[in-house]
Design a binder for this molecule. Structure first.
Ligand SMILES: Cc1ncc(COP(=O)(O)O)c(C=O)c1O
Length: 138
């Protein structure tokens, strides 16, 4: 029997997440209440501080985090979450024996992964390309 102290499984995703995430949480029986929303800043990028707060709470409540979702190119705003910082945060929690995978949702932004031939274009897409450079789920 499962340890009764273990909390409900959780997924973290930014408020810019695509509507398919809450739908998937329902369909898979996770429950939308266990899809925890990370606040975003004025550029619609997920706030690292808020993410850290949620993760600390999950750790304290012994809630397994089954995915921490980075959106690399949100559907409405094309905003790009700070993936490198999220991976650093994941590594910090892992050193503290709290493990979770980071999942990159590049369903929209992934199209910008390719190298654009024009310099200006390259600069504009740099955030996405640097983010997508990491493995999709690690
Ligand atoms: C950021 C993002 N995630 C997920 C999806 C859902 O993709 P699919 O319909 O292929 O499951 C979309 C669709 O536009 C999207 O923009």
């Amino acid at each position: 029997m499962l340890d009764q102290r273990i909390g409900l499984p959780t997924v973290l995703a930014p408020s810019t997440m695509h509507y398919s995430w809450p739908k998937a949480a329902s369909l898979l029986g996770l429950g939308q209440d266990n899809l925890l929303t990370v606040e975003v800043d004025l550029e619609a990028r997920a706030k690292l501080g808020h993410r850290k707060e949620i993760l600390q709470r999950c750790k304290k409540e012994m809630r397994p985090v089954i995915l921490d979702v980075a959106v690399l190119g949100s559907t409405e705003l094309s905003s790009v979450d700070p993936l490198a910082s999220m991976l650093a945060l994941r590594d910090r929690f892992a050193r503290d024996n709290f493990f979770y995978p980071v999942h990159v949702d590049a369903a929209w932004g992934g199209v910008l992964r390719g190298d654009a031939p024009v310099d200006g274009e390259r600069r504009r897409n740099r955030g996405v390309r640097q983010g997508v450079h990491h493995p999709p789920t690690s």
